[in-house]
Design a protein around this ligand. Structure first.
Ligand code: FES
Ligand code: FES
Length: 141
């Protein structure tokens, strides 16, 4: 992409690449709705310049499923009804999926810590935690 240097990664993804699965809510690093992975680690893309992503691997919610095969966290979110309006959901999923990559069998507290920066106005937190713990069990079996 040829972009103005002040372009955030979130804007580049959404408006220039059409990857609108990444949501922007606060646009100031306060809600984590815009979470994507940079080299496999979650970052808030509204606070990250797109030019700083050059040479790194960026993964968005669009990149988690393999065709029709959902990532276990995505499938568990559906099974546990872990979303309402869905605005926080892509970011939540990215953080929970990243957690399972680094901690395959997390505790309840570890899941809570992983989503601690995420704001959900719909109050889905208990379902998100249950879904993530379940996804960890599914991945293990
Ligand atoms: S939109 Fe990026 S942290 Fe809220
Ligand atoms: S599901 Fe609506 S903000 Fe989280």
């Amino acid at each position: 992409l040829a972009i103005p240097p002040q372009t955030t990664l979130a804007d580049a993804l959404r408006t220039m690449l059409g990857l609108t699965g990444t949501k922007v809510a606060c646009d100031r690093g306060a809600c984590s709705a815009c979470t994507v992975w940079l080299d496999g680690k979650p970052i808030v893309s509204c606070m990250f310049l797109a030019i700083d992503a050059a040479g790194h691997r960026v993964t968005t919610i669009e990149g988690l499923a393999r065709g029709d095969d959902l990532h276990p966290v995505q499938a568990a979110f559906i099974a546990h009804d872990a979303l309402q309006c869905g605005f926080c959901t892509p970011g939540m999923v990215m953080s929970c999926a990243a957690l399972l990559d680094s901690v395959p069998a997390p505790t309840d507290a570890e899941v809570r810590a992983a989503i601690s920066g995420h704001l959900c106005r719909c109050g889905t937190y208990p379902h998100v935690i249950a879904a993530t713990l379940d996804a960890a069990r599914v991945r293990k079996s």
